[in-house]
Design a protein around this ligand. Structure first.
Ligand SMILES: Nc1ncnc2c1ncn2[C@@H]1O[C@H](COP(=O)(O)OP(=O)(O)OP(=O)(O)O)[C@@H](O)[C@H]1O
Length: 357
């Protein structure tokens, strides 16, 4: 397994890119350490596949370098990069048995048959497919086929990195959670460097120790699932992660204080930096409905099981609050309290307050 370094990477699909908007990947600098479990998370079109194809060698970047264990592989074709990939759809040989499918990547490399047997039975056990080893792959259900595809990606122990590209797309929703946690468990057992590409926050947060969040060809934050929830570096991360996402509210900044619809909102700490557009970011989990605080009117209440999501209007601005108490009625006049140490200011999208304490 290898450490992967992406250095000053940029990519444009245009022959003569003029400005940042012409780049599918703006400048990417990133270190993925040996044996880590990473997710690349972002909406459709943010550049995930472009980055994946550059790492696997299917695409040569317009600028920058890719290093595996400090060795420059930017010019190497895919077959010389020693990478395993698991795709959205199963890649298996229907006419072969499950055993032969799992053995294929090893036999292809001339691994001795005794090692093949040992390795295939280990992987089969981890994936709980031992009883299927003698079955022809053609007869398997789509999710079992995808499990075997994953097994084929994991069976070699000499690859630099295993990359998963939206691997749960074909899996039935009720089986997804099972395979998600299985993959996490597998990573803990095989300790390979793994990169998991997805637009689904639950998949990314369940699988990865470190999540790389992308938007518009740029990395907006790299952090643990807890970091991304607790202290989003960008309003995009706050909004994209969490359900419902962070409230991002228009704010006026006067004498270092923030105001929302004319009402003062205490922030977590001092405001730093420069920037034009100022916004307050607060997660709905930290907005309380109380007797004092910002005046608001309830617009809508959604019961989502253990708690309710109350959407209230402060002036023209909609704010969401999560509450486990009986919610107020639609149209009620209420007060909202923002937990101060969780109330942040963002400037042009980027975090601009210092953490409390
Ligand atoms: N072959 C190509 N030629 C021109 N533009 C491309 C090509 N492939 C991707 N793009 C553009 O590059 C940008 C990034 O696309 P990319 O496929 O990397 O994003 P993504 O995050 O993987 O999205 P998805 O999840 O939909 O695949 C998009 O604006 C896309 O339109």
């Amino acid at each position: 397994m290898a450490k992967i370094t992406l250095s000053k990477l940029r990519h444009s699909y245009l022959p003569n890119p003029a400005g940042p908007a012409d780049y599918a990947l703006k400048e990417i600098d990133l270190d993925w350490s040996d044996g880590g479990a990473y997710a690349l998370l972002g909406p459709s079109g943010c550049g995930k596949s472009t980055l994946l194809n550059i790492i696997s060698g299917l695409l040569t970047p317009s600028e920058g370098q890719i290093l595996f264990d400090d060795k420059d592989v930017t010019g190497l074709p895919p077959d010389q990069r020693n990478i395993a990939q698991v795709f959205q759809f199963p890649v298996i040989y229907d006419t072969m048995s499950v055993f032969d499918n799992l053995a294929f990547p090893l036999r292809n490399r001339g691994v001795p048959e005794t090692t093949v047997k040992a390795r295939v039975s280990d992987i089969a056990e981890m994936l709980e497919v031992t009883d299927m080893l003698g079955t022809r792959a053609a007869g398997l259900s789509p999710d079992n086929k995808q499990k075997i595809s994953m097994g084929r990606g994991l069976v070699r122990d000499d690859v630099n990195v295993v990359m998963f590209d939206e691997p749960l797309t074909v899996i039935d929703p009720h089986l997804k959670w099972k395979l998600r946690s299985k993959l996490k468990e597998l990573h803990q057992k095989v300790r390979a460097t793994m990169i998991y590409v997805t637009h689904d926050q639950t998949e990314a947060l369940t699988f990865a120790d470190q999540v790389v969040v992308m938007q518009d060809g740029e990395i907006v934050q790299i952090g643990t699932p807890v970091d991304l929830f607790a202290r989003p570096a960008h309003t995009f991360v706050g909004h994209f992660i969490g359900s419902p996402g962070m409230n991002v509210l228009p704010a006026e900044l006067r004498d270092g204080g923030a105001y929302l619809a004319g009402q003062h909102v205490p922030l977590e700490g001092a405001v730093t930096g420069q920037g034009q557009l100022t916004q307050i970011g607060i997660r709905p989990e930290f907005v309380r409905i109380g007797n004092t605080g910002l005046q608001a009117t309830v617009r809508k209440v959604s019961d989502v099981g253990r708690h309710s999501v109350v959407e209230a209007m402060i002036g023209d601005t909609s704010v969401k609050a999560v509450t486990e108490d009986p919610p107020p009625a639609q149209g009620a006049a209420i007060h909202l309290q923002f937990q101060q140490d969780q109330t942040r200011l963002y400037r042009d999208g980027w975090l601009a307050t210092e953490a409390a304490g």
